[in-house]
Design a protein around this ligand. Structure first.
Ligand code: NAI
Length: 327
């Protein structure tokens, strides 16, 4: 039988984790034959709540779960981690400036990067979920120099799934009949959900969505602001769909995927995005944790405008984060 996979989750008493942990523990992400050790990280004030979650995990009697660790120490949580999901971060409070949010999170992801560097498997696969996720991934990578940059990613699969879901709904097809959607850039309101090459049943999506102007005025803002719309409707941020997307992201990345998927990865200069930021690109996952940024996608004026806006935002966040790291 397979060796146990050590999976670490931060923010483990949070909303997303509450939807994610059963997916992982049931074998929906890494496979039905993959034993799992869960190492769960929280901040001290949330350890009681975390213990409640762990009690429930035991009460699920998941056959694949070999061991569960609860801790508020990243050095304990990340010990020998093969996969690390970072959903714990400092939330944006009303009236908080972006710089303040980045400052709070720089401290968290600095400490976690240092711990990861020291105690995780050198082959650990990391997905950063806590916002601002792309820049948190950058800070983490900066402080974990012994972990290859390609092993650190940030989640934009939720944005891709949202775009696919909207196209399926609006054109009256099943989600699996939609292909060629890509998310470029930051997981923020500047992200570019690109449907210029998307197809349903082999036919171009753009005309079906009403053409470029309708896509620019209606479809793209719908995806960019979807998180805020769910927060308004539910009174809580998206958690079920986020957990589902994390499962999709990891399944594609670790087990491979015949379809092109979007994830934020260290830019390598592809599509004129200078190296130095974590940027969402369409990638092809070959299995075993290998992936490559899909090359040669034609980018017209329409797309370039969006890509350059989100690139600029990421470099501005990078600047702020690096200044704060140096302090
Ligand atoms: P939540 O507030 O329910 O849970 C977050 C948990 O993280 C809390 O239990 C908190 O105690 C914990 N935490 C805070 N600082 C921590 C630290 N330093 N170490 C370990 N744990 C820590 O939030 P929820 O709904 O689970 O969302 C988590 C994050 O994911 C938020 O930042 C949210 O904005 C982000 N998010 C990102 C998405 C994406 O697509 N990239 C989608 C949805 C949410």
């Amino acid at each position: 039988s397979k060796a146990t996979l050590t999976v670490c989750v931060s923010g483990a008493a949070g909303q997303i984790a509450y939807s994610l942990l059963p997916l992982i523990a049931r074998g929906d992400v890494f496979g039905q034959d993959q034993p799992i050790e869960l190492r769960l990280l929280e901040i001290k004030p949330a350890l009681d709540a975390l213990h409640g979650v762990v009690m429930e995990l035991y009460d699920c009697a998941f056959p694949l779960v070999r061991n569960i660790v609860e801790t508020d120490d990243p050095m304990v949580a990340f010990q020998h981690a093969d996969v690390t999901i970072l959903s714990g971060s400092f939330p944006r409070r009303p009236g908080m400036e972006r710089r303040d949010l980045i400052a709070k999170n720089v401290n968290i992801f600095k400490a976690q990067g240092q711990a990861l560097d020291r105690v995780a498997s050198k082959n650990v696969k990391v997905v950063v979920v806590g916002n601002p996720s792309n820049t948190n991934a950058l800070v983490l990578s900066h402080f974990a120099p012994s972990i290859p940059k390609q092993n650190i990613t940030a989640l934009t699969r939720l944005d891709q799934n949202r775009a696919v879901g909207q196209i399926a709904m609006r054109t009256g097809v099943n989600a699996d009949q939609v292909e060629g959607v890509a998310i470029w850039g930051n997981h923020s309101a500047t992200q570019y959900p690109d449907v210029t090459h998307a197809k349903v049943n082999g036919e171009a999506v753009m005309p079906k969505l009403g053409g470029r102007q309708a896509v620019a005025e209606e479809f793209i803002p719908c995806i960019q602001k979807r998180g805020a719309a769910i927060l308004k409707a539910r009174g809580l941020s998206s958690a079920m769909s986020a957990a589902n997307a994390i499962g999709d992201h990891l399944r594609s990345w670790i087990l491979g995927d015949s379809k092109v998927v979007s994830m934020a990865v260290a830019s390598d200069g592809s599509y004129d995005v200078k190296p130095g930021v974590y940027f969402s690109f369409p990638v092809r996952c070959g299995g075993g944790g290998d992936y490559e940024i899909v090359q040669g996608i034609e980018m017209d004026e329409f797309s370039r405008k969006y890509v350059s806006a989100t690139t600029e935002e990421l470099f501005a966040e990078r600047q702020e984060a690096l200044e704060l790291c140096a302090v």
